[in-house]
Design a protein around this ligand. Structure first.
Ligand code: SF4
Length: 352
């Protein structure tokens, strides 16, 4: 058993999509640990596998996707011996439905797609409470109003009877968060929950999530492509590229000492107001990462980032897949720059 504060572990997860064009390896050997009271940020470009990792954890991988290999372990609170092997559960099984929306909840990017437009906000929150907590309708309504107040929606006793389309975007996202928290989950997965919101509302939602995390002592997996949001909310960060974690550490180490060339490139591509105007006094071009994310059906030899890497080493990076290594305590990276050259060459010689 892991330490007491561990809620879930993902071990060597592989999730593939079987399409006419070929096999898309969306998640290719991911290892993650989620802890009580901490936020793990998952960051990377679109298509890097961050959402599929989260969907795998909830057994919500859409067809024709499939968890092919690996383990997803959930440790229910209050038990030091029980382990639920989520990867072995059928997506629609009674056991999985008892976990999903109850012990593990998810907030999606676009609130209009996670709420039914024809049912009131209250009815949708009450449904989850009645299903998982077996309380009366009156009790569920009281709890729904309580949770709507906790996500700082004004006049919760009125909002409970409104329809999603009657609320603003920010209010709808608060209502979706209320729905996700209605059963006091141990783990909340937030999949780009602020991407569709303006920056002021985004800052309010991030403050709200931080406050709710303290109240509920829950773990959060926060998925985003925005490193600014990661700086605001995450304790630890995993950077993903082509279905793999390429770097993982605590948030301040990632920002102050990024090791992987992909992380360094992501950080260089954040607009810096002082860089643009104050220091130079003239406009400066924003750095971008050259090239495109490769075709997901192709298995690239060597490092998955090598076609775009500014520090590419011919004969090594294009031939040998780097292993993940711990460069500093709790700072892991998947890159040959941190492997002793002799080791990389020995591995290369072994392949020839
Ligand atoms: Fe760049 Fe090579 Fe490191 Fe890959 S292994 S990130 S190609 S230096």
């Amino acid at each position: 058993m892991p330490a007491n504060n561990v809620i879930a572990e993902i071990k060597n997860l592989h999730t593939n999509f079987y399409l006419r064009e070929g096999v898309a390896r969306a998640v290719a050997g991911v290892n993650l640990t989620l802890e009580k009271g901490r936020t793990l940020g998952i960051v990377g470009e679109s298509g890097c596998g961050k959402s599929v990792t989260a969907h795998s954890l909830m057994q919500l991988v859409p067809s024709p996707g499939k968890i092919e290999e690996g383990e997803i372990l959930f440790y229910p609170p209050g038990s030091t011996t029980e382990v639920i092997e989520i990867h072995k559960l059928e997506p629609n099984s009674k056991e999985m439905r008892a976990i999903r929306g109850n012990q593990i909840s998810m907030v999606f990017q676009e609130p209009m797609t996670s709420m039914l437009p024809v049912r009131t906000v209250g009815a949708q929150i009450m449904e989850a409470i009645i299903l998982h907590q077996q309380v009366s309708k009156a009790e569920a309504r009281t709890r729904a109003i309580e949770i709507l107040s906790r996500v700082k929606l004004p006049n919760a006793d009125r909002i409970v009877d409104t329809y999603p389309f009657q609320l603003s975007g920010g209010m709808r996202q608060r209502a979706v968060i209320a729905m996700a928290l209605s059963c006091n989950p141990n783990l909340l997965i937030a999949d780009e929950p602020t991407t569709a919101l303006d920056v002021t509302t985004e800052a309010q939602i991030l403050d709200l999530l931080r406050a709710l995390q303290q109240d509920f002592d829950m773990g959060i997996m926060y998925i985003t492509h925005n490193l600014g949001v990661i700086a605001e909310i995450a304790d630890d960060v995993a950077v993903m590229y082509m279905g793999k974690v390429v770097e993982q550490t605590d948030t301040s180490s990632l920002f102050f000492k990024p090791l992987h060339p992909y992380t360094q490139a992501l950080l260089r591509s954040i607009p810096q107001l002082d860089d643009v105007m104050a220091r130079t006094g003239k406009n400066k071009r924003l750095e971008t990462i050259k090239g495109m994310v490769p075709d997901p059906y192709r298995i690239l030899p060597g490092c998955v980032f090598h076609p775009r890497c500014p520090q590419f080493m011919e004969g090594i990076c294009d031939q040998i897949a780097p292993e993940i290594i711990e460069v500093e305590p709790d700072h892991i990276v998947r890159c040959h720059l941190y492997t002793a050259p002799a080791e990389a060459h020995t591995a290369k010689d072994a392949r020839l």
